[in-house]
Design a binder for this molecule. Structure first.
Ligand code: ZN
Length: 493
C-alpha cells in the first residue's frame, strides 16, 4: 500500500484492505509523540519510522477522540487547591523528626504515632464540612516479624478519609501517599528522617484533596489515604487493598503519589510541568488463561492500568492542571516499587505518580553535609508549586472518574466465527446514558477514534476488522462524562 495521492479516497469496503495492507507491510511505529509525525528524512520521502497515522490509516469509522475538558465544578475544585496548606502540611509532617514505621507510636511529639494522630485529627476536621458523608478512620493491624524489615510485632496504621459516593458507594477510587519515612539504614528508627519528598509530598496531596472534596457529592466513592509501612514492605497499602478485596469493594482506580515533591533532578534539570505516571502493561495478577489469550491476540498494552493511564492523559493533561502527563510503560522504576503494587496484586487498576527527575541525594539518606553536598530529604528541596499541580492532576482524575459512570464490565468480542466485523457486547453500567466504542491502530498509544453506540444498547457491531485495530468500550453520561475504556476478552459462546 502506498500513499499515492491519486488513489481514490478509501470506500467503506476498501477500508479493511487498507488497514491490513499497512499493518502487515510496514511494521512501522506510528508516531504519536508531539513533533514526530511531521519529520522527514530529507529525501522528500517521509521516513517509515515516523509515518503519519492520518495518511496510512483510515480516518474512520467514527470521529476523532478528543480529551475531556474540565467542567466548571472541576475548575473550581482545582482553584481551591491551596499551595500554602500543602507546604504547611509537608513541614508539619517533617516536624515529627522521624516517621519511621518502627519509631515511637506513643510519644506525643516525635515519631510515627504523633504523625498518625495529627493526620487523623486534621482530616477529621476537614471531614466536618461534608455533612457526614466523609468519614476518617485509623485502619490498624499488627504486622508480625517478617525476618527482614519488621523485627518485632508492629502496629501498622493507615489513616483513611472516605467520601461516600452519592449514587454508587461501592465503586471506589483511591489516592494515597505513605507517611512513614526512612534514612540510609532501613532499620534506623531514631535518627532524623524528614521524608519531605518521600513521601510527605504524597500525603499532603491526599490531605489537601480530602479538604477540597469534602463539600462535593461525586457519584462514586473517593478515598484519600495516608498509609504506613511502605518503606518496610508496602505493608499499609497491602492491608488496605486486602481489606477492600475481603469486603468486595469495587476499586476501579488507585493512584499512589510517591515522591511528587520536586521538579529538579540530580543534574539540576528542572521540569516543573511534567509528571510521570508509571502504568504496567502485562498485569501483575494475570492468570495463565489470560496470558494465553494475550500471547495469541495481543493486549499487552491494554491492561486496566494502561486504560487508567490513558484516561488520566485525557482529563488531566491540560492548561487547568498546568501539567503534562508522561505515561511510562512499566510498573515502577528500576529496583523500586510502591503502594500501587499492592492493589495490582489484587487485580485493582492502579498506577504511580512520581516527579519527572529524581535526586537520590535527597531520598533514603541520612541528613548530612558531605563533600560540599547536602544530603537528606529536606523541605528546602521541595517545589511546593509543583506539588500543588500534582494535586490538581489528582483532582482532575478523581473528579472525572467519580462523576462519570463506571468502566463497563463483562466486555467481550465475538470470536464464534471468522469474519471481518467486530461484534462487541457488555453489561449495562449504572448511570450510563450510553456507550462509546473507541479504537486505535495497533501501534498507537492512545485511542484515536470514537463511535457512539445508538441509544443505551449494550452491544454493537463495527464494520472494521478486530484483527487490525484495538477496540475498547466506555460509558458516557447525559453530560458527556466518560469512563475509562474497558478492553474486550474473546468470547465464542
Ligand atoms: Zn516512597
Amino acid at each position: 500500500m502506498t500513499d499515492d495521492t491519486s488513489e481514490p479516497r478509501p470506500t467503506h469496503a476498501s477500508r479493511r484492505a487498507l488497514i491490513s495492507g499497512t499493518a502487515a507491510g510496514t511494521g512501522a511505529v506510528l508516531a504519536s509523540a508531539p513533533g514526530a509525525a511531521a519529520a522527514g528524512d530529507g529525501s522528500g520521502h517521509r521516513s517509515r519510522s515516523v509515518l503519519d497515522a492520518d495518511e496510512h490509516w483510515p480516518d474512520g469509522p467514527g470521529r476523532r477522540n478528543r480529551p475531556q475538558s474540565p467542567d466548571a465544578e472541576l475548575r473550581a475544585i482545582m482553584r481551591a487547591v491551596d499551595r500554602r496548606r500543602i507546604e504547611a502540611n509537608v513541614r508539619k509532617l517533617v516536624s515529627f523528626g522521624t516517621r519511621h514505621t518502627l519509631s515511637s507510636q506513643t510519644d506525643p511529639e516525635r515519631g510515627i504515632g504523633a504523625a498518625r494522630d495529627w493526620i487523623y485529627d486534621t482530616m477529621s476536621r476537614y471531614a466536618q464540612a461534608s455533612g457526614g458523608r466523609m468519614t476518617v478512620e485509623k485502619q490498624s493491624y499488627v504486622q508480625q516479624p517478617d525476618g527482614a524489615r519488621i523485627p518485632t510485632p508492629t502496629t501498622i496504621t493507615n489513616v483513611i478519609a472516605t467520601l461516600v459516593g452519592s449514587e454508587e458507594p461501592n465503586r471506589v477510587y483511591v489516592i494515597s501517599g505513605h507517611y512513614d519515612s526512612r534514612v540510609t539504614d532501613i532499620m534506623n528508627f531514631t535518627d532524623y528522617a524528614p521524608g519531605a519528598n518521600d513521601d510527605a509530598s504524597g500525603v499532603a496531596v491526599s490531605m489537601e484533596l480530602a479538604r477540597v472534596f469534602a463539600t462535593y457529592r461525586p457519584r462514586a466513592t473517593l478515598v484519600f489515604a495516608a498509609v504506613a509501612g511502605e518503606e518496610q514492605g508496602l505493608y499499609g497499602a497491602d492491608h488496605m487493598a486486602q481489606t477492600y478485596q475481603d469486603q468486595g469493594v469495587d476499586v476501579q482506580g488507585m493512584f499512589t503519589n510517591d515522591i511528587v515533591g520536586s521538579s529538579t533532578g540530580d543534574d539540576g534539570t528542572r521540569d516543573a510541568h511534567s509528571l510521570r505516571l508509571f502504568a504496567e502493561g502485562v498485569p501483575t495478577a494475570e492468570t495463565d488463561e489470560e496470558a494465553a489469550v494475550r500471547r495469541s491476540v495481543g493486549g499487552e498494552n491494554d491492561s486496566p492500568a494502561r486504560q487508567l493511564a490513558r484516561f488520566v492523559t485525557e482529563v488531566a493533561d491540560n492548561r487547568s492542571t498546568g501539567m503534562r502527563i508522561r505515561v511510562i510503560y512499566r510498573r515502577d522504576r528500576y529496583l523500586r516499587g510502591g503502594d500501587h503494587i499492592a492493589f495490582l496484586e489484587r487485580r485493582f487498576p492502579a498506577a504511580r505518580f512520581t516527579e519527572p527527575n529524581e535526586n537520590y541525594a535527597h531520598q533514603h539518606q541520612d541528613v548530612r553535609f558531605e563533600d560540599g553536598i547536602q544530603y537528606g530529604d529536606l523541605p528546602r528541596f521541595c517545589d511546593f508549586g509543583f506539588i500543588t499541580r500534582v494535586a490538581r492532576v489528582n483532582a482532575a482524575t478523581l473528579w472525572s472518574l467519580a462523576t462519570a459512570p463506571g468502566t463497563p464490565k463483562g466486555l467481550t468480542v465475538d470470536t464464534s466465527q471468522l469474519d471481518n466485523n467486530t461484534a462487541l457486547a457488555w453489561e449495562a453500567v449504572p448511570g450510563a446514558a450510553g456507550y462509546e466504542v473507541v479504537w486505535r491502530p495497533t501501534p498507537q498509544d492512545d485511542w484515536t477514534h470514537v463511535i457512539r453506540v445508538r441509544g443505551t444498547r449494550t452491544s454493537t457491531t463495527i464494520d472494521l476488522s478486530k484483527d487490525n485495530v484495538f477496540f475498547g468500550v466506555r460509558s458516557v453520561d447525559a453530560r458527556g462524562r466518560r469512563s475509562p475504556a474497558a478492553f474486550p476478552v474473546p468470547a465464542s459462546g
